[in-house]
Design a protein around this ligand. Sequence first.
Ligand code: ATP
Length: 814
Amino acid sequence: MARRRKPTEPEPAAIAPVVRAAWTGFATGTGRAIRGVTPLADGADREHGQPHDGLGTVLLLTGLLLAVAMWTHPGGAAGTVLHVVAALAGGTAGILAYALPAGLLYLAVQVLRLPDGFATPALIRQAAGTGLAGAGIAGVAALAADAGGLLGRITGVAPAHLLTAWVMGPVLVLATLAGLITATGFTTVRLPRRRKAATVVGVLEDELLLDDDEDEDDAFTATAASVPTPAAPAAPAAPAAAAANGPATAAPVPVSPAPAGAASPAGPQPAAAAQQAAPATAGGWQLPPLSLLSAGEAPQRRSAASDEVKAKLQGVLDEFKVAAKVSGYRRGPSVTRYEITVGPGVKVSKITGLEQNFALALGTPSVRMLSPIPGKSAVGVEIPNSDRDTVTLGDVIRAHAAAWASRNGHRLLVGLGKDVDGQPVTAVLATMPHFLIAGATGAGKSGCLNSLLISVLTRATPDEVRLLLIDPKRVELAAYKHLPHLVRPIVTDPVKAVDALQWLVAEMDRRYDALAAAGVRNIDDYNRKARKDGTPTLPYLLAVVDELADLMLVAKANAKAAKAAGEDDGEPTAEDLIVRILQLARAAGIHLVLATQRPSVDVVTGLIKANLPVRLAFAVASMPDSRVILDAPGAEKLLGRGDGLFVPVGAATPIRLQGAWVSDAEIAAVVKHWRGQQPTTSTAPASTPDTAPAEPETTPAPAETPDPARMGTVDAGADHDVFLQAVDLVVTSQFGSTSMLQRKLRIGFAKAGRLMDLMHDAGIVGPAEGSRARDVLKKPDELPALLAALGGPEPVPAAADGATVLAFPHRSHP
Ligand SMILES: Nc1ncnc2c1ncn2[C@@H]1O[C@H](COP(=O)(O)OP(=O)(O)OP(=O)(O)O)[C@@H](O)[C@H]1O
């Protein structure tokens, strides 16, 4: 008769889930502890499943039990049990039983830290090699001293009956050696393989790096002779050599190993390695060390909170009887993406339709569904992490340490952040070739601009990249005002910002003239040729506008007011200029980064958007705002503080990323590094006098001494008459403004800019001073003699009233 269970006795069915839950909790905790001590390997969590915590924990416990049994001899009842275990192990493996716990513990750690499917071939190879070596050792031990246990008898004694011990001995030794070689790979030469983030950006970056290799190599070789030997990055090790390299290289670059926690998810490319490989100097400039950029927190791959969310999502699916399974998750820096595998015959819309229910179950409005997850046949649900990780630019750069350290890569390589898989996202601004960053206030635009600028400043000298910073908000970019990379002081006045854009258009035209004269198609070809010919190269020009709305709206308001007053002079608007640059500037090496917190159609107009395919949206207030930026909804569900959606070149779907962060202290350190540096040699002066490094805002540029000897040599070619009219206008009005010349002489901006440059060459006006009109260095009473010197008509005698008579009748202004 079956025993009746007492009413107080728990049902076995009720015990089982408790035990299972306790075991799962224990195994998960063990796995997390192991992973906390030994971080995942490069790319370990990208394409693979979760680690096997259950199997790993069983192996770990077995290894520990055997270790205690074999290596210690405890007394008491436990000792008796362990003695039996040791006897069993010894009987099976002989003397090898002493090494068995070490093997099991190693295997357990590998199973716990490596995700399913990752490094499986390597693990199988190691296990097979170890097995073969074990069989060989046990066989030899069995033949020599009957100490090989059951295993040794099978592998050594039994075959020796057939082949004799004289044959089996050497065979077993050879088998042992072969096993050891297979397991350790001791004799194989392993070339390091570079792993890259499999983003569209990464691919582009690869192409670019390869493309540039050849000529950049040339450049480096060519300059190596004329430039002092770069100071060894590990300068403390070779102070004497560094000191011998002249002033620019004498100061050793401080190199410190990456602070604790610098391990990046993209793998073991240690910061120190990047520093060692990076040349400290380039063209006489000294590049800042990457150690100025700090490391973030070590990313967490799993957390109890994420496991809980996974269970809740599964709960919702079960509740609505949808045959789908939450098969896993990827924990990114700010959100975790849960993957739902859809069962056969289940409509995907049934899952996506549960968005509100997921939000309700989790108590968060920010649920974003992806159907499907790009590259996978699964539906994604992105849920904000309760504890977000800060992604530092230092970590993103160090994850691409090799690319950053290399002088072969593109100077406009920038770190943007990390994607949901925790992989670094980088981009080459030159391929984009322009970039729109938009988001509500506080969403992370300035953080992103800082990351872009600091990325460039860690790799590019002023000979290689020049910056034009337009900051109508006045404070956002102020930290950069002392950089030698600036082509002019930071422009803070929206009206003057339009002048700066005009200058940029003129610079673009001048560059096109230079490209045409050299018979090349773009700046890269031009620089390649210049290096071969030993002539100056052209720097890239990166213009950053923070805030586009101020510029567009103020300029629009001014134009409207001028029109109302009947003064519409047909000058190009900010939009006209921006569109022109967006359309044409790429070949000239000019790239625009536009940031705005007003993603409305009057700021990000259709024309601007049509020419700006690469965009990054941070959190916005509404879906229409998201549509303005991305042509799709999604940005309204972002979390702010650097959580963004990035549309790279040619991408169909945006990449969700957590923007990289640089602190004010890091910006200050990098700017301080550059401030005050003067190159010992300069390989690439700017293309025009206008692109010479600007004096800081506080120090007005000294007026250039006019050189009368230069006047006769000024040659305006076919435009000589117009040039003389321009000189007349400028000297008479004492106003060295390019736009004034445009208006009065009805000429284009490029021509007006060229005439102004000629006047500068002739010592009539001073150098360009930001967006201000140039100083006029000639007085009206000097005009007749001046015109005569320039080959103009004979001086006209002064009028009887003493007023200067203009040598040229001005065209009437409509
Ligand atoms: N990538 C990031 N990582 C962590 N925190 C960030 C990040 N970006 C921004 N934040 C946080 O959000 C705050 C606001 O960011 P930021 O100044 O970049 O916003 P913004 O979009 O430029 O705003 P505004 O338009 O008002 O200037 C920062 O002070 C910082 O605390």
